[in-house]
Design a protein around this ligand. Structure first.
Ligand code: VAH
Length: 313
């Protein structure tokens, strides 16, 4: 049985979908603190779970005896700055509860997402390497940095096979993002199709590492399927994706929607968060250790997003 915690979220929805296609619906237990979204409700078993409620979480582990656990529940960068203590508690204590029960119930593999948010103003901004100075200044960022340290600790101390990826901003059509700084890159597609225009909360030349969700899910499954001896990073793997600015994304959309117009808001608090993050990432460890290769470049991603969103908007 595979337990996915945070199944209603942007990544969780996609992972449940992908894992159910591979393993069969009944092998994948979707769970979240709120009742299932439409996408999740009709595709297999669901449990209400609160990672901060040890009794409830223990009951779910005991009932399902999972062999794999994916912990996606978190508060992201922008919301985390509005609710810093809640973000620290959910992101940190929630992870520790899941790591402890994964050891107790002898879970074979655990996945936990980190983020390029673990880098900060003094990290190299271009082709940011796997190892470098990391001084994240968002609660979300340093909760992910601390989480990486805990994951490596549980691997070294308890032999728990926990694996992780530092995701860039993720763009997909099956589920919306949940309160991050890169959310503009999803909202822009919805607004382009609904209104023909979009006001970006990040400035025109804010370059960030991004990735199409299909690539992110493929990378996650490749990492989880890799033989344990291939995994040389037990904190979290850099994953590069595609780096672009809001202007470059808008120009690519205009190639398919010539009437589309973009404008830019000023002084959005998310600008400072974006400015503290790398502009591009080096993911040579992921390429070397488990054969990572990107599939979606910017034109291919924009085309696929618009084709699929058109069907559901
Ligand atoms: C956020 N989407 O914006 C997340 C992600 C790299 C960005 O961690 O907070």
């Amino acid at each position: 049985k595979i337990l996915v915690i945070g199944a209603n979220g942007q990544i969780g929805t996609e992972l449940v979908n992908a894992l159910r296609n591979i393993h069969g619906a009944d092998s994948v237990i979707a769970s979240d603190i709120n009742s299932p979204t439409y996408a999740i409700r009709h595709s297999g078993p669901f449990e209400l779970v609160n990672v901060l409620d040890k009794d409830n979480l223990h009951h779910i582990f005991n009932k399902h005896q999972p062999t794999q656990v994916y912990l996606l529940a978190a508060i992201l960068s922008a919301v985390g700055e509005q609710k810093p203590k809640m973000a620290w508690d959910l992101n940190m204590t929630g992870l520790l509860h899941v790591l402890d029960f994964s050891v107790e119930f002898k879970v074979k593999k655990v996945f936990w997402p980190s983020s390029i948010a673990v880098f900060g103003p003094h990290s190299p901004q271009f082709n940011t390497p796997q190892y470098c100075v990391m001084d994240p200044n968002t609660v979300y960022g340093f909760s992910k940095l601390a989480g990486e340290r805990w994951c490596e600790y549980y691997f070294n101390k308890y032999g728990l096979d926990v694996r992780s990826i530092r995701y860039p901003g993720l763009i997909g059509w099956r589920a919306n993002p949940g309160g991050g700084t890169t959310d503009y890159a999803v909202h822009i597609f919805h607004e382009a199709l609904k209104k023909g225009k979009y006001q970006s909360f990040l400035s025109a030349n804010t370059a960030l590492p991004m990735m199409y969700m299909d690539d992110a899910i493929k990378a996650t499954l490749m990492l989880m399927d890799a033989p344990a001896e291939k995994i040389t990073i037990r904190s979290s793997y850099n994953l590069a994706g595609i780096s672009f600015t809001p202007t470059q994304l808008a120009d690519e959309i205009k190639k398919l929607m010539p009437e589309f117009e973009i404008s830019y808001a000023e002084n959005d608090p998310r600008q400072a968060i974006a400015d503290s993050w790398p502009k591009s990432i080096d993911d040579s460890y992921a390429q070397k250790d488990w054969g990572w290769q990107l599939e979606y470049d910017l034109p291919k991603m924009v085309g696929d997003m618009l084709v699929n969103l058109k069907k559901i908007i």
